[in-house]
Design a protein around this ligand. Structure first.
Ligand code: GLV
Ligand code: MG
Length: 330
């Protein structure tokens, strides 16, 4: 199969994905009224073993009873290595017609996704479910990252891959203290400058994993989504992490606290100046095409047909955001 023939996954706005523990029903109504594009109700790591079954009941009730508006709703099931998983899938998918996605944690090999696809397909057929369940998977283990390209092609239900920095650090024995945060030791001590000084430049220890996930996703028409940033009292750290992810091509980022939702929505929405610039690029290239040229100058810089593609991606995104919020693109 050629990568160039991959279809884009079901289009959805995915700038922010709010994590809501299934064991805390008091948060459900509030999260439904939040500005998050996607909400996942968690049955996995935010829920203690003794709470797994009550959390599942809470989540089923909330999916059916709360008014979620137009939000994309996901449930993070327990991992395939636990005995909770099969009941999570059967009970939630059988009884929640509103559900859009399942978030599958700790995916390690394509067969993990295949197993879930098989189970969900049977449930959909047996229950004559109208809405087809989509999948998002968490790449958060050494095994998952080492198979990420194959996982990206593992199921037509797959829409998005999320990077889980917390479990990834645990799996690879990376040394961090904050989920998704940096490590002051990770960087480069530069050679001495003319004054004999040596500067230390801190670097981003997530870059290699994230870049690989973005490429695997984009090759296969999936949305790459950056995962959690644990220090919710550090909005600057969150925004900086989100901006790095956005620069690499990520579509959005998790919010593990409501205060992170607006930050993600802002970072992953094109700014008005970017939209304006993209429009000018498209116009300049349309003029160039009339004159039979494939490249021209705009503001003293070269633009060519690749620039049109970048500009069109941005304009399309602005249009989708405008449509979702009922406003014209900024
Ligand atoms: C998310 O699940 C993570 O482990 O960071
Ligand atoms: Mg995890």
């Amino acid at each position: 199969m050629s990568f160039t023939t991959f279809e884009q996954a079901t289009p959805r706005l995915h700038r922010s994905e709010l994590a809501v523990p299934g064991s805390t029903p008091a948060l459900f109504e509030k999260s439904a009224r939040s500005a998050a594009d996607v909400i996942f109700l968690d049955l996995e790591d935010a829920v203690a073993p003794d709470d797994k079954e009550p959390a599942r009941r809470n989540v089923i009730a909330a999916l059916n009873d709360v008014d979620w508006g137009a939000k994309t709703l996901s449930v993070r099931i327990n991992g395939l290595d636990t005995h909770y998983m099969y009941r999570d899938v059967v009970e939630v998918v059988e009884s929640c017609p509103r559900l859009d996605l399942l978030l599958i944690p700790k995916v390690g090999v394509p067969a993990d996704v295949y197993a879930l696809d098989m189970l969900v397909t049977q449930i959909e057929q047996a229950k004559k479910r109208d809405k087809r369940i989509g999948f998002e998977v968490l790449i958060e283990t050494a095994l998952g990252l080492s198979n990420v390209e194959a996982i990206a092609q593992s199921s037509r239900r797959l829409e998005a891959m999320c990077f889980g920095a917390g479990d990834f650090a645990a799996s690879t024995r990376m040394r961090t203290t904050v989920i998704g945060g940096l490590n002051p030791d990770y960087g480069v001590l530069a050679d001495r400058d003319a004054q004999g000084e040596r500067r230390f430049y801190q670097a981003d220890l997530w870059h290699a994993a994230q870049a690989r996930i973005v490429v695997a996703c984009r090759a296969c028409g999936l949305r790459p989504v950056d995962g959690p940033y644990g220090d919710f009292k550090d909005p600057d750290g969150y925004v900086s992490a989100a901006k790095r992810a956005a620069a690499l091509g990520f579509e959005g980022k998790w919010a593990i606290h409501p205060s992170q939702i607006e930050l993600a929505n802002q970072v992953f929405s094109p700014a008005p100046e970017e939209v304006e610039k993209a429009r000018r690029i498209v116009e300049a290239m349309a003029e160039a095409a009339k004159e039979g040229r494939g490249a021209v100058q705009l503001d003293g810089r070269l633009i060519d047909i690749a620039s049109i593609r970048m500009a069109q991606n941005l304009l399309k995104k602005a249009e989708v955001i405008g449509a979702a919020s009922g406003t014209k693109p900024r």
